[in-house]
Design a protein around this ligand. Structure first.
Ligand SMILES: Cc1cc2nc3c(=O)[nH]c(=O)nc-3n(C[C@H](O)[C@H](O)[C@H](O)COP(=O)(O)O)c2cc1C
Ligand code: SF4
Ligand code: FES
Length: 641
């Protein structure tokens, strides 16, 4: 392969960052010196090319050490992994957390997304602008800059901030309930050398059941076990499910999952037992198993709480998945904005491996399974399972056409199982109580417990566990009701890709079947409550901006449709329609139809759903609604001005 490199060379620091990850180069094929043995034949070429999956970790290594990825660093990464530099640039520039232009080592990401917006995000941004300067510009000492961010997955602690820090030993840090003074004092403290134990703000698990904490199944260890101690996990029954799985064998585990009627919790509600069986039955080897911990749907934070507070549970569940599907290697693909969850998972994996719960002969039971954590870099689309596969392979995170489905042709073209974090931890409960008993929880069509991410205008935002089938009214009541005691103005179910319901929908039962019949979705379990203080048109513009920003741009309906959708909404809320308001609404409807019908993946197919539901169910753009609205500038406008 010809690598067309520019003259740019890496600095010693950039080279060291990459070598610390990949080890020193072995020869001239991967960026080292030409040795006599290299003069006629190419050694290690194939081996080096097989390292392409390390492209994202290598870019992270440079970004983490230096704070941005220079042309010289990109050249060096390209040489080390024999990736054409144009492709490496295409990957580096795909992800929001990577910078390909020089910028300060500390970046303050201020979430201005739908839960943080009503919680004072604009005030926080104004304060950042006053103290640091306009978004994207460095402080006078060149140490810091700030920028707006989509949802950081800490919506129950809105407004949220992520400090992204570069340098030796520097660690990113999440700040919930962020106030300008707190952010500034954190910046003044600098360094950020806290141990993995340092907490981003513990969230007590909540239950919507009258019996209280005793009724928790999925969250029962959260706040009880020490997330950094395998012994503590085992003292709470940890690894009993894996023991049971081995006793019943792969076919037995699949039978329990089918009896339990477990459906995926990542959004698509696919039967998990069927998926595991499909992977297990593939003759091609090897098989892979992946946990989708990308969790970037605005309003969603459930997986973060589980990973931060009960990481061994996920590792045990992944090991059961590996055993059942004959996969020897697993990956947890975690979003790049979850530093604490990532640190705790890495620590837990190391401890599990040291103690024989991962590796060649798991628990002495004669099967192999090992896993690693891979960090995303700020791209919502990488939660879509085939985009995730591309990202893991070191490609741009663009979705693939389906079929073929990952169970047959997945990671590196091999059979691959992919499940959400919440789906996986349900497996532990199913094995503990048996599939039929699990199926008795919830309703006929929606079995088991469900995690709900309650945020916005409720008295006690947080992560709630409840059996499927309670009503929205009951769920809100268990969170102390709407702040101020009145009815909600609107509730967003399922996140930005979900749908709005209104105060007349509070008796909706929260099940797959009831929400489907009502034309809405539970999606990733988001229940985001808005009261009269919030301007809904402003929220809709923010949702439109989110999809415009996160579209991978691969297919026309979504690439163009998300832009046109945002523009039409902006005109509506500013009361400057082209033609009449009705014509703009008809245009939005048309754009929605095209995106829904002709987009390649779920992002484009759902990018208009929440907006369309607000227009049709809540009549957001009825004349008086539009007149009341004052809209804040979006990021597009700021960039344009
Ligand atoms: C745009 C988009 C983003 C997604 N993001 C996530 C995500 O962050 N986490 C997740 O588990 N599933 C996500 N999904 C769904 C996955 O494609 C896939 O269905 C899921 O990981 C399968 O796991 P499950 O069967 O356990 O739900 C997303 C889908 C789309 C279309
Ligand atoms: S629908 Fe949007 S996100 Fe999905 S492939 Fe097309 S452009 Fe990319
Ligand atoms: S953290 Fe701000 S909207 Fe989720």
């Amino acid at each position: 392969m010809d690598l067309q490199l520019t003259e740019a060379r890496p600095t010693d620091e950039e080279r060291a960052a990459v070598d610390d990850l990949l080890g020193p180069p072995r020869g001239r094929w991967d960026g080292g010196e030409r040795g006599t043995e290299d003069s006629r034949i190419s050694r290690a070429g194939h081996e080096v090319r097989e390292q392409r999956h390390l492209l994202l970790p290598a870019l992270h290594a440079v970004q983490d050490r230096i704070g941005w990825i220079s042309e010289g660093a990109l050249n060096y990464v390209s040489m080390r992994l024999t990736v054409p530099p144009a492709e490496a640039y295409g990957v580096a520039s795909f992800y929001a957390l990577f910078a390909t232009e020089e910028r300060p080592p500390t970046v303050v990401h201020v979430c201005d997304d739908i839960a943080c917006l009503p919680a004072g995000a604009e005030r926080l941004c104004a304060e950042m602008e006053r103290v640091i300067g306009p978004a994207g510009t460095p402080t006078s000492d060149g140490s810091t800059t700030w920028q707006r961010s989509p949802c950081l997955g800490m919506c129950e602690q809105a407004p949220a901030v992520l400090l992204q820090r570069a340098g030796h030993g520097a660690r990113d840090r999440s700040i919930g309930g962020a106030r300008a003074e707190g952010v500034l004092s954190e910046l003044a403290g600098g360094g950020g050398s806290e141990a993995p134990g340092a907490d981003a703000g513990t969230v007590a698990p909540q239950t919507a059941s009258a019996e209280g904490r005793a009724e928790l199944r999925l969250l029962r260890r959260v706040g009880v076990v020490d997330p950094e101690s395998l012994d503590s996990y085992r003292a709470e029954g940890g690894y009993e499910a894996l023991r049971l799985a081995v006793q019943m064998g792969p076919a037995g585990v699949i039978r329990e999952l089918k009896d339990a009627k477990l459906m995926g919790r990542g959004g698509a509600a696919f039967p998990t037992g069927v998926k595991w069986e499909a992977v297990a039955s593939q003759g091609t080897r090897p098989h892979y198993f992946i946990c989708n911990a990308d969790e970037s749907e605005p309003g969603t934070f459930k997986d973060r709480v589980v990973m931060e507070h009960d990481p061994f549970a996920l590792i045990e569940a992944m090991t059961i998945a590996g055993y059942t599907t004959a996969s020897e290697r697993g990956f947890i693909y975690i979003r790049g904005e979850y530093p604490l969850a990532e640190a705790r998972l890495r620590h837990a994996i190391d401890e599990a491996r040291d103690r024989g719960f991962l590796g060649e002969d798991v628990m002495g039971e004669g099967f192999s399974f090992d896993m690693e954590v891979r960090r995303g870099a700020g791209a919502y689309i990488c939660g879509e399972e085939t985009a995730l596969l591309n990202s893991l392979e070191g490609q741009r995170g663009e979705p693939r056409s389906k079929p073929p489905f990952p169970v047959a042709i997945g990671l590196h073209g091999k059979p691959t199982g992919i499940n959400n974090v919440e789906t996986l931890i349900n497996v532990l409960e199913i094995l503990a109580i048996g599939g039929p008993s699990y199926a008795a929880i919830g309703t006929e069509g929606s079995t088991g417990p469900r995690l709900f991410c309650l945020s916005g205008a409720v008295e006690r935002p947080g992560l709630y566990e409840a059996p499927f089938g309670l009503t929205l009214r009951e769920l809100l009541a268990s969170a102390g009701g709407v702040r101020g005691g009145g009815p909600p103005k609107a509730v967003l179910l399922g996140g930005a890709a979900g749908a709005f319901v209104g105060p007349g929908d509070l008796d909706l039962r929260l099940t797959f079947e009831d929400t489907r019949e009502a034309g809405v979705t539970l999606g990733s379990g988001v229940v985001l409550v808005f009261d009269d203080e919030t301007s809904l048109p402003e929220v809709l513009v923010r949702i439109a901006a989110f999809f415009r920003d996160e579209s991978c741009g691969q297919c026309v309906p979504c690439r163009i449709g998300t832009v046109r959708q945002e523009e039409a909404l902006q005109r509506l809320v500013r009361e400057r329609p082209i033609g009449s308001r009705e014509q703009e609404l008809a245009l939005l409807d048309e754009i929605a139809t095209v995106m829904r019908d002709a987009s390649i993946c779920g992002l484009g197919q759902t990018a208009a759903d929440a907006i369309a539901s607000a227009i049709s169910r809540l009549e957001v753009f009825a004349p008086q609604g539009a007149a009341q609205t004052e809209v804040l500038p979006t990021r597009t406008e700021e960039q344009e001005s």
